[in-house]
Design a protein around this ligand. Structure first.
Ligand code: TRP
Length: 335
C-alpha cells in the first residue's frame, strides 16, 4: 500500500481558538503520529495576505499559530511543517496552473461570488474592493495541494469547492501535458462536531464569539462563564441537545464524562456548576500545552528554526518536482 499524503494549510489571519483546536489542530496533530501517513502542514501566509493586509497582525498570527501547533505536540520529525512563503516553488506552480485554469471556473467560486453579491446588494460596482488575490485564491490553493501529490486534504465544509477546483485544475493539466498530478480528495470529518461559540452559533472569528485557545486560566474561566444558557433554575431538567455549553463540554469529554454530564443536565444541574466543570475539563486538557506555548512565544527563534527546517524538507521534494513540471510545459534549457 502506498502511503497516504495528507496536507492542510492554516491561514494566518488570527489567533487560534477552541473551535480551531477541536475541529482541525487536534485531529491533525494526532494524525501526524501515524506511520502510514506522510503529512504536510503549513502556514498559508500568502493566502492570509488576501484578507490580512496588516503586517503586524500577519507576523503575530504566524507566530501564534506556529507556537500552538508545536506546543500541542506536532511530530515535526515525521510531518513536514513549513511556512508557504518559504517554498517559492509553490508560487511558480501557481502561475503555471493559472495559465491553464479557466476563468469561468474561478467565476463560480463561492467566496468570490459572495463578494460580488455583497457589492450588488450594497449598490456598488460588482468589482468593488475585489482583488486579484481573492479571485485567484483557488489556484494558489490548488498549487499548495498539487505540489506535494497530496491524496487527502482535511478541510472544513466551506473548502470542499476549492478541492473540487484543485481536481479540475489537475485534470486539465494532466490531460494537456501528460500525467503529472495526483487528484486530491477532501476529507471532511463529519463526526467532529462544529463547536458553538459563546452565543450558540458556530464558533468563528466572523461572529466574534470565539474563546481563544491560550487565555490565561482566569480569563478562560470568565469566557466559559459567558456562554449563553437559558433561565432554567437549578433542579429544573435541561436539554443537553439544545445547549452550547453541553456541546462545548462534550467536545473535550471522554464518552463516560459525556454520559455523566448528560445525566446531570437531565437531573437539573445548575448552569454555574456545569460551567465550572466545563472550565475544569478544558483547562486540564490545555494546561501543559499552555506552558509550552508561553515558553515558545518567548523564544521565536526556536520556532523559526523548525519552520526553516520544514521548508528545506518541503523543497527537497518541490524543487525536483517543479523541474519536471517546467519540463512538461516546455520551459527547458536550450542546450
Ligand atoms: N483555504 C484554506 C482555509 O481557509 C486554507 C488553505 C490554504 C488550505 N491552502 C490550503 C487548506 C491547502 C488545505 C489545503 O481554511
Amino acid at each position: 500500500m502506498t502511503k497516504r499524503t495528507v496536507l492542510t494549510g492554516i491561514t494566518t489571519t488570527g489567533t487560534p481558538h477552541l473551535g480551531n483546536y477541536v475541529g482541525a489542530i487536534k485531529p491533525c496533530i494526532q494524525a501526524s503520529h501515524d506511520e502510514d501517513v506522510q503529512s504536510y502542514y503549513f502556514l498559508a501566509d500568502y493566502h492570509a495576505l488576501v484578507k490580512n493586509q496588516d503586517p503586524e497582525l500577519m507576523r503575530r498570527s504566524t507566530l501564534e499559530i506556529a507556537a500552538t501547533w508545536l506546543a500541542l505536540g506536532l511530530d515535526t520529525e515525521r510531518a513536514v511543517f513549513y511556512r508557504q512563503s518559504d517554498v517559492p516553488e509553490i508560487l511558480e506552480l501557481t502561475w503555471i496552473l493559472t495559465c491553464s485554469t479557466a476563468k469561468g471556473l474561478m467565476n463560480r467560486a463561492h467566496a468570490y461570488k459572495a463578494a460580488v453579491q455583497e457589492n450588488l446588494d450594497a449598490g456598488e460596482d460588482t468589482d468593488f474592493a475585489i482583488t486579484m488575490g481573492l479571485f485567484c485564491y483557488p489556484v494558489l490553493m490548488a498549487a499548495d495541494i498539487l505540489m506535494f501529490n497530496s491524496t487527502h486534504v482535511p478541510v472544513g465544509k466551506d473548502q470542499v469547492q476549492h478541492l473540487e477546483m484543485a481536481r479540475d485544475i489537475a485534470q486539465r493539466f494532466n490531460h494537456h501535458y501528460g500525467e503529472t498530478f495526483v487528484l486530491p480528495e477532501a476529507v471532511v470529518e463529519e463526526h467532529v462536531a462544529v463547536l458553538p461559540g459563546q452565543d450558540g452559533r458556530k464558533m468563528s472569528k466572523s461572529y466574534n464569539n470565539t474563546i481563544p485557545l491560550w487565555l490565561p486560566e482566569k480569563q478562560l474561566r470568565k469566557a466559559i462563564m459567558r456562554i449563553v444558557t437559558n433561565s432554567l433554575e437549578p433542579g429544573e431538567p435541561k436539554d443537553p441537545d439544545d445547549s452550547a455549553l453541553f456541546a462545548i463540554y462534550a467536545a473535550f469529554a471522554s464518552p463516560e464524562q459525556r454520559a455523566d454530564m448528560r445525566r446531570a443536565f437531565q437531573e437539573g444541574v445548575a448552569w454555574g456548576e456545569a460551567k465550572q466543570q466545563t472550565f475544569e475539563l478544558i483547562n486540564a486538557e490545555l494546561v501543559r500545552g499552555r506552558e509550552r506555548y508561553e515558553a515558545l512565544m518567548s523564544e521565536p527563534r526556536r520556532i523559526e528554526e523548525v519552520l526553516v527546517d520544514g521548508a528545506a524538507r518541503a523543497r527537497d521534494w518541490a524543487t525536483p518536482f517543479l523541474a519536471r513540471i517546467r519540463d512538461a510545459v516546455g520551459i527547458r534549457r536550450l542546450a
